[in-house]
Write a protein that binds this ligand. Structure first.
Ligand code: G1P
Length: 301
Protein backbone atom coordinates (compact mmCIF):
# COMPACT_ATOMS: atom_id res chain seq x y z
CA UNK A 1 0.00 0.00 0.00
CA UNK A 2 1.34 3.50 -0.83
CA UNK A 3 2.51 5.59 2.15
CA UNK A 4 0.05 7.90 3.89
CA UNK A 5 -0.24 11.51 2.65
CA UNK A 6 0.79 13.50 5.74
CA UNK A 7 2.35 16.62 4.26
CA UNK A 8 0.96 19.56 2.33
CA UNK A 9 2.68 22.42 0.55
CA UNK A 10 1.05 25.87 0.35
CA UNK A 11 2.75 28.17 -2.17
CA UNK A 12 2.18 31.66 -0.72
CA UNK A 13 5.03 33.71 -2.16
CA UNK A 14 3.01 35.47 -4.92
CA UNK A 15 2.97 39.27 -4.98
CA UNK A 16 -0.79 39.61 -5.41
CA UNK A 17 -0.47 42.49 -7.88
CA UNK A 18 -4.07 42.01 -9.03
CA UNK A 19 -5.25 43.23 -5.64
CA UNK A 20 -3.10 46.35 -5.31
CA UNK A 21 -3.28 48.58 -3.35
CA UNK A 22 -4.83 46.14 -0.80
CA UNK A 23 -1.78 43.89 -1.09
CA UNK A 24 0.87 46.60 -0.86
CA UNK A 25 1.60 45.88 2.79
CA UNK A 26 -0.49 42.75 3.32
CA UNK A 27 -0.11 39.26 1.81
CA UNK A 28 -2.90 38.46 -0.64
CA UNK A 29 -3.44 35.17 1.21
CA UNK A 30 -4.58 37.25 4.20
CA UNK A 31 -7.39 38.95 2.28
CA UNK A 32 -10.65 37.89 3.85
CA UNK A 33 -13.61 35.94 2.64
CA UNK A 34 -16.29 36.93 5.17
CA UNK A 35 -14.17 36.80 8.33
CA UNK A 36 -11.38 34.36 7.54
CA UNK A 37 -8.24 34.92 5.46
CA UNK A 38 -8.29 32.88 2.26
CA UNK A 39 -5.25 30.84 3.37
CA UNK A 40 -7.27 29.54 6.33
CA UNK A 41 -9.83 27.94 4.03
CA UNK A 42 -7.08 25.86 2.39
CA UNK A 43 -5.50 24.96 5.73
CA UNK A 44 -8.85 23.86 7.20
CA UNK A 45 -9.47 21.71 4.14
CA UNK A 46 -6.06 20.06 4.59
CA UNK A 47 -6.71 19.48 8.30
CA UNK A 48 -10.01 17.74 7.44
CA UNK A 49 -8.19 15.54 4.93
CA UNK A 50 -5.79 14.33 7.64
CA UNK A 51 -2.71 16.43 6.81
CA UNK A 52 -0.27 16.68 9.73
CA UNK A 53 2.60 18.78 8.34
CA UNK A 54 1.99 22.17 6.79
CA UNK A 55 4.73 23.62 4.62
CA UNK A 56 4.35 27.23 3.55
CA UNK A 57 6.55 28.45 0.72
CA UNK A 58 6.66 32.14 1.54
CA UNK A 59 8.56 35.24 0.47
CA UNK A 60 9.29 38.78 1.57
CA UNK A 61 6.52 40.60 3.42
CA UNK A 62 4.55 37.44 4.29
CA UNK A 63 5.11 37.55 8.06
CA UNK A 64 1.39 38.08 8.69
CA UNK A 65 0.79 34.47 7.56
CA UNK A 66 3.27 33.15 10.13
CA UNK A 67 1.65 35.27 12.85
CA UNK A 68 -1.81 34.06 11.85
CA UNK A 69 -0.91 30.40 12.43
CA UNK A 70 1.05 31.13 15.60
CA UNK A 71 -0.18 31.64 19.16
CA UNK A 72 -0.99 35.20 20.19
CA UNK A 73 -0.68 35.13 23.97
CA UNK A 74 -1.56 38.78 24.54
CA UNK A 75 -4.75 38.54 22.48
CA UNK A 76 -5.69 35.20 24.06
CA UNK A 77 -5.21 36.59 27.57
CA UNK A 78 -7.20 39.72 26.77
CA UNK A 79 -10.09 37.67 25.39
CA UNK A 80 -10.05 35.44 28.49
CA UNK A 81 -9.98 38.45 30.82
CA UNK A 82 -13.00 39.87 29.01
CA UNK A 83 -14.78 36.51 29.12
CA UNK A 84 -14.97 36.28 25.35
CA UNK A 85 -14.74 32.47 25.35
CA UNK A 86 -16.17 32.06 21.87
CA UNK A 87 -13.58 34.37 20.33
CA UNK A 88 -10.87 32.72 22.42
CA UNK A 89 -11.84 29.35 20.92
CA UNK A 90 -11.76 30.82 17.42
CA UNK A 91 -8.26 32.26 17.74
CA UNK A 92 -6.84 29.18 19.47
CA UNK A 93 -8.32 26.70 16.97
CA UNK A 94 -7.08 28.21 13.73
CA UNK A 95 -4.86 25.15 13.29
CA UNK A 96 -4.71 22.08 15.57
CA UNK A 97 -2.05 22.23 18.27
CA UNK A 98 -0.65 18.94 16.94
CA UNK A 99 0.03 20.42 13.46
CA UNK A 100 3.67 20.75 12.53
CA UNK A 101 4.25 23.95 10.58
CA UNK A 102 7.26 24.81 8.44
CA UNK A 103 8.14 27.92 6.50
CA UNK A 104 10.60 28.04 3.67
CA UNK A 105 11.28 30.91 1.33
CA UNK A 106 11.10 31.19 -2.41
CA UNK A 107 13.83 33.77 -3.02
CA UNK A 108 12.81 34.57 -6.58
CA UNK A 109 9.37 34.36 -8.21
CA UNK A 110 10.34 31.84 -10.90
CA UNK A 111 6.97 30.08 -11.19
CA UNK A 112 4.69 27.59 -9.43
CA UNK A 113 6.94 24.62 -10.24
CA UNK A 114 9.86 26.44 -8.66
CA UNK A 115 7.77 27.29 -5.57
CA UNK A 116 6.85 23.62 -5.03
CA UNK A 117 10.48 22.61 -5.57
CA UNK A 118 11.52 24.95 -2.72
CA UNK A 119 9.87 22.44 -0.34
CA UNK A 120 11.95 19.50 -1.60
CA UNK A 121 14.11 19.05 1.52
CA UNK A 122 11.02 19.19 3.77
CA UNK A 123 9.12 16.63 1.68
CA UNK A 124 11.88 14.01 1.52
CA UNK A 125 10.66 10.70 0.18
CA UNK A 126 6.94 11.00 0.92
CA UNK A 127 3.86 11.69 -1.18
CA UNK A 128 2.38 15.12 -0.51
CA UNK A 129 -0.49 17.44 -1.32
CA UNK A 130 -0.22 20.90 -2.88
CA UNK A 131 -2.96 23.44 -2.19
CA UNK A 132 -3.06 26.76 -4.05
CA UNK A 133 -4.80 29.09 -1.58
CA UNK A 134 -6.22 31.34 -4.33
CA UNK A 135 -8.61 28.50 -5.10
CA UNK A 136 -11.27 28.04 -2.44
CA UNK A 137 -12.99 24.70 -2.88
CA UNK A 138 -16.50 24.11 -1.59
CA UNK A 139 -18.31 20.80 -1.65
CA UNK A 140 -21.50 19.67 0.00
CA UNK A 141 -20.32 16.08 -0.31
CA UNK A 142 -17.02 14.60 0.78
CA UNK A 143 -13.91 16.73 1.09
CA UNK A 144 -12.39 16.64 -2.44
CA UNK A 145 -8.82 16.56 -1.08
CA UNK A 146 -9.70 13.52 1.00
CA UNK A 147 -11.25 11.86 -2.05
CA UNK A 148 -8.01 12.52 -3.95
CA UNK A 149 -5.95 11.04 -1.12
CA UNK A 150 -8.17 7.93 -1.23
CA UNK A 151 -7.64 7.63 -4.98
CA UNK A 152 -3.91 7.99 -4.43
CA UNK A 153 -4.05 5.17 -1.86
CA UNK A 154 -5.67 2.95 -4.52
CA UNK A 155 -3.38 3.82 -7.42
CA UNK A 156 -0.09 5.08 -5.97
CA UNK A 157 -0.13 7.69 -8.77
CA UNK A 158 -0.19 11.49 -8.67
CA UNK A 159 -3.52 13.30 -9.04
CA UNK A 160 -4.75 16.76 -9.97
CA UNK A 161 -8.19 18.11 -9.11
CA UNK A 162 -10.08 19.27 -12.20
CA UNK A 163 -13.30 20.89 -13.33
CA UNK A 164 -15.03 21.61 -16.64
CA UNK A 165 -14.53 25.18 -17.85
CA UNK A 166 -16.00 27.02 -20.86
CA UNK A 167 -13.79 26.66 -23.94
CA UNK A 168 -12.98 30.38 -23.98
CA UNK A 169 -11.47 30.09 -20.47
CA UNK A 170 -9.09 27.20 -21.24
CA UNK A 171 -6.19 29.61 -21.81
CA UNK A 172 -6.24 30.47 -18.08
CA UNK A 173 -5.56 26.93 -16.86
CA UNK A 174 -3.52 23.78 -17.12
CA UNK A 175 -5.68 21.53 -19.33
CA UNK A 176 -5.91 17.72 -19.22
CA UNK A 177 -5.64 15.58 -22.33
CA UNK A 178 -7.89 12.67 -21.40
CA UNK A 179 -6.89 9.02 -21.97
CA UNK A 180 -9.84 7.35 -20.20
CA UNK A 181 -12.59 8.19 -17.74
CA UNK A 182 -14.43 6.11 -15.15
CA UNK A 183 -16.91 8.15 -13.14
CA UNK A 184 -15.04 11.06 -11.64
CA UNK A 185 -11.62 9.41 -12.05
CA UNK A 186 -9.69 10.21 -15.21
CA UNK A 187 -6.48 8.79 -16.61
CA UNK A 188 -4.49 11.65 -18.15
CA UNK A 189 -2.31 11.28 -21.23
CA UNK A 190 -0.91 14.81 -21.26
CA UNK A 191 -1.21 18.26 -19.72
CA UNK A 192 -0.95 21.59 -21.50
CA UNK A 193 -0.37 24.77 -19.51
CA UNK A 194 -2.56 27.69 -20.61
CA UNK A 195 -3.12 26.66 -24.25
CA UNK A 196 -3.67 29.69 -26.49
CA UNK A 197 -5.70 27.54 -28.88
CA UNK A 198 -6.60 23.90 -29.57
CA UNK A 199 -7.01 22.92 -25.92
CA UNK A 200 -7.11 19.09 -25.78
CA UNK A 201 -10.31 19.19 -23.65
CA UNK A 202 -12.12 21.65 -21.41
CA UNK A 203 -11.08 19.85 -18.24
CA UNK A 204 -8.98 22.33 -16.26
CA UNK A 205 -6.60 21.68 -13.36
CA UNK A 206 -7.62 23.52 -10.22
CA UNK A 207 -5.35 24.18 -7.28
CA UNK A 208 -5.27 20.84 -5.48
CA UNK A 209 -2.73 18.12 -6.26
CA UNK A 210 -1.34 14.92 -4.76
CA UNK A 211 2.21 14.13 -5.87
CA UNK A 212 4.55 11.24 -5.49
CA UNK A 213 7.93 12.50 -4.23
CA UNK A 214 9.45 11.89 -7.70
CA UNK A 215 7.89 15.17 -8.92
CA UNK A 216 10.77 16.88 -7.06
CA UNK A 217 13.37 15.02 -9.17
CA UNK A 218 11.55 16.17 -12.30
CA UNK A 219 11.45 19.76 -11.00
CA UNK A 220 15.22 19.57 -10.36
CA UNK A 221 15.68 19.81 -14.11
CA UNK A 222 12.53 21.64 -15.19
CA UNK A 223 13.16 24.37 -17.78
CA UNK A 224 10.95 27.51 -17.98
CA UNK A 225 7.75 27.06 -20.01
CA UNK A 226 4.63 29.22 -20.58
CA UNK A 227 5.22 32.85 -19.58
CA UNK A 228 8.93 32.11 -19.02
CA UNK A 229 8.09 30.45 -15.68
CA UNK A 230 9.03 27.04 -14.28
CA UNK A 231 5.62 25.44 -14.64
CA UNK A 232 4.28 22.72 -12.37
CA UNK A 233 2.14 21.50 -15.27
CA UNK A 234 5.22 20.79 -17.43
CA UNK A 235 6.75 18.71 -14.63
CA UNK A 236 3.42 16.85 -14.33
CA UNK A 237 3.65 15.87 -18.01
CA UNK A 238 7.12 14.39 -17.47
CA UNK A 239 5.99 12.55 -14.34
CA UNK A 240 2.96 11.21 -16.24
CA UNK A 241 5.29 9.55 -18.75
CA UNK A 242 7.29 7.93 -15.94
CA UNK A 243 4.53 6.86 -13.54
CA UNK A 244 1.09 7.71 -14.96
CA UNK A 245 -1.05 10.55 -13.64
CA UNK A 246 -4.74 10.82 -12.79
CA UNK A 247 -7.30 13.59 -12.58
CA UNK A 248 -10.26 13.78 -10.22
CA UNK A 249 -13.37 15.75 -11.19
CA UNK A 250 -14.59 18.17 -8.53
CA UNK A 251 -18.15 17.70 -7.36
CA UNK A 252 -18.64 21.17 -5.92
CA UNK A 253 -17.56 24.73 -6.52
CA UNK A 254 -14.22 26.43 -6.94
CA UNK A 255 -13.82 30.13 -6.28
CA UNK A 256 -10.91 31.88 -7.95
CA UNK A 257 -9.83 34.31 -5.26
CA UNK A 258 -6.87 35.38 -7.38
CA UNK A 259 -9.40 37.36 -9.40
CA UNK A 260 -11.48 40.34 -8.25
CA UNK A 261 -14.85 39.03 -9.41
CA UNK A 262 -14.05 35.53 -8.09
CA UNK A 263 -13.13 37.01 -4.71
CA UNK A 264 -16.44 38.89 -4.49
CA UNK A 265 -18.37 35.77 -5.51
CA UNK A 266 -16.64 33.83 -2.72
CA UNK A 267 -17.50 36.53 -0.19
CA UNK A 268 -21.11 36.55 -1.28
CA UNK A 269 -21.44 32.75 -1.39
CA UNK A 270 -19.86 32.11 2.01
CA UNK A 271 -21.75 35.02 3.59
CA UNK A 272 -25.00 33.46 2.36
CA UNK A 273 -24.02 30.22 4.18
CA UNK A 274 -24.07 32.14 7.45
CA UNK A 275 -27.48 32.39 9.06
CA UNK A 276 -26.60 35.61 10.93
CA UNK A 277 -25.76 37.44 7.69
CA UNK A 278 -28.01 35.78 5.10
CA UNK A 279 -31.24 37.57 5.92
CA UNK A 280 -29.73 41.03 5.86
CA UNK A 281 -27.87 40.36 2.60
CA UNK A 282 -30.99 39.00 0.92
CA UNK A 283 -32.95 42.11 1.91
CA UNK A 284 -30.14 44.36 0.68
CA UNK A 285 -30.04 42.65 -2.72
CA UNK A 286 -33.80 43.03 -3.08
CA UNK A 287 -33.52 46.69 -2.06
CA UNK A 288 -30.86 47.35 -4.69
CA UNK A 289 -33.14 45.86 -7.31
CA UNK A 290 -30.18 44.53 -9.33
CA UNK A 291 -32.15 41.61 -10.71
CA UNK A 292 -34.73 43.97 -12.22
CA UNK A 293 -32.06 46.26 -13.70
CA UNK A 294 -30.21 43.32 -15.25
CA UNK A 295 -33.42 42.05 -16.85
CA UNK A 296 -34.01 45.52 -18.33
CA UNK A 297 -30.45 45.62 -19.71
CA UNK A 298 -30.83 42.14 -21.21
CA UNK A 299 -34.05 43.16 -22.93
CA UNK A 300 -32.47 46.34 -24.31
CA UNK A 301 -29.49 44.53 -25.89
C1 G1P B 1 -1.96 27.67 -11.78
C2 G1P B 1 -1.52 26.48 -12.64
C3 G1P B 1 -2.62 26.09 -13.62
C4 G1P B 1 -3.90 25.81 -12.87
C5 G1P B 1 -4.28 27.02 -11.99
C6 G1P B 1 -5.48 26.68 -11.10
O1 G1P B 1 -2.08 28.81 -12.61
O2 G1P B 1 -0.31 26.83 -13.33
O3 G1P B 1 -2.22 24.94 -14.33
O4 G1P B 1 -4.94 25.54 -13.79
O5 G1P B 1 -3.20 27.40 -11.13
O6 G1P B 1 -5.88 27.76 -10.33
P1 G1P B 1 -2.16 30.30 -12.03
O7 G1P B 1 -3.60 30.53 -11.69
O8 G1P B 1 -1.25 30.35 -10.86
O9 G1P B 1 -1.72 31.18 -13.17
Amino acid sequence: MPPKVRKAVFPVAGLGTRFLPATKAMPKEMLTVVDKPIIQYAVEEAVKAGIEEFIFVTGRGKEAIENHFDRSYELEQTLLNRQKEELYDIVTNIIPASARIFYTRQGEALGLGHAVHCAKALIGNEPFAVLLPDDIIYSEGDNPLEEMINLYQDTGQSITLTMQVPEEHCHRYGIVDIEAQRGRAIVAKNFVEKPKENAPSNLACVGRYIFTPEIMNVLDKQKPGAGGEIQLTDAMTTLLKQQGFNAWVLDGRRFDCGDKAGMQKANFFFAMQRQEIKQELTEFIAELGYTKQLTKMDNAS
